[in-house]
Design a protein around this ligand. Structure first.
Ligand SMILES: CC(C)(COP(=O)(O)OP(=O)(O)OC[C@H]1O[C@@H](n2cnc3c(N)ncnc32)[C@H](O)[C@@H]1OP(=O)(O)O)[C@@H](O)C(=O)NCCC(=O)NCCS
Length: 311
């Protein structure tokens, strides 16, 4: 039976409610299905990052579902880019689950993609059959598979020496958003200059962007890192090949000493996966890219993240 919810655009005065909803739905789902609710900590406070970041980057795009009393029962972050529409985290209040709330929010998001004549893309957990099924029932097609690798970097840094090419990495300047977007378009066929301008302008002070250039000063890769203490992932990033990818990952991890970090690595990037295992990395999840249009063949190595969602 479908419960009556109303869909509307998320507003700033609902951010606390959304943080609480995200935390509660994730803890509930991972605890009841996998016994791993502890992954998301005891407090919802850190989850304010999601509505706050999306409101700063894409004001007026996030969808929420409210009940008859105006209480938020579902949320779906939407993010329109030059080449596609991207979906961020989707969550339904556990008391309202299985009643079509997420499907209705997602249908609204897919309609936006259709209106803009763009594919809709996302990254979905392979361990979460509810969300996997939600998306594939709506016509999403699975593409590349990613390993979520968790790694702790000691205060003294990795004991492994820097791989070749680390000396070619520098901090990006705030005029390079177009270059980063062009490289991603060339390799991965998606473009999102607005995101890169947002990271490089760095109003929150949380963002670091590393770029790798070859001897001819050509851009070969980049990695974005969010240093906020409530966020433990690195990415998004893109690299021309496995060697550039390994150097960028090493450099980014070296700047996260004393912290546990999660990175999504394509399962096909076998040499990088082996390096991460050697450095102490452990698989904690698997994700798959999904799109409403079949994926065409891409090149290079890509590192998606969930904040902002990037696929
Ligand atoms: C995943 C989640 C958002 C689903 O929300 P929901 O409101 O319960 O989902 P809905 O009821 O709208 O839709 C679920 C759909 O998947 C289908 N479905 C679920 N499990 C399925 C399965 N094993 N096989 C086939 N279909 C399945 C349901 O039939 C339904 O489709 P229908 O409406 O066409 O019948 C919710 O479980 C949640 O918030 N989980 C925690 C947060 C999370 O993991 N989010 C996803 C990561 S981004």
């Amino acid at each position: 039976m479908h419960l009556p919810v109303q869909l509307s655009i998320l507003h700033a005065d609902q951010h606390d409610e959304v943080a609480e909803l995200l935390h509660r739905s994730l803890v509930n789902w991972y605890e009841t299905r996998l016994g791993e609710g502890h992954r998301f900590g005891a407090s919802s406070a850190g989850f304010r990052l999601f509505p706050e970041l999306y409101a700063a980057l894409d004001p007026g795009e996030a969808i929420c579902a409210t009940d008859a009393n105006g209480k938020v029962r579902g949320v779906c972050f939407v993010h329109s880019r030059e080449t596609h529409v991207s979906i961020g985290i989707v969550a339904t209040d556990p008391d309202f689950s299985g009643r079509g709330v997420a499907r209705r929010m997602m249908e609204m998001a897919v309609d936006r993609g259709r209106a803009q004549r763009k594919p809709v893309r996302l990254v979905s957990s392979v361990m979460n059959l509810d969300s996997f099924s939600l998306y594939t029932r709506l016509g999403f097609v699975p593409g590349s598979l990613f390993q979520d690798i968790e790694i702790f970097i000691p205060d003294t840094g990795l004991i492994y020496p820097p791989p070749a090419g680390v000396d070619k990495i520098r901090r990006a300047s705030n005029t390079e958003a177009g270059r980063l977007a062009d490289l991603e378009f060339k390799l991965q066929h998606i473009r999102r200059e607005k995101d890169y301008a947002f990271f490089l302008n760095n109003i929150s002070g949380d963002w670091q962007v590393w770029v790798y250039e070859n001897e001819a000063a050509e851009l070969c890769g980049f990695m974005v890192c969010n240093q906020n203490s409530d966020w433990n992932m690195i990415g998004p990033g893109t690299a021309l090949d496995a060697q550039v990818a390994e150097a960028l990952v090493w450099k980014s991890l070296d700047h996260r000493r004393g912290k546990t970090t999660v990175i999504l690595v394509p399962c096909s990037a076998t040499s990088l996966v082996s390096a991460l295992y050697a450095w102490g990395g452990r698989n904690i999840e698997l994700h798959v890219a999904q799109s409403t249009e079949p994926f065409d063949s891409t090149s290079g190595v890509t590192f998606p993240t969930f904040l902002p969602e990037s696929a």
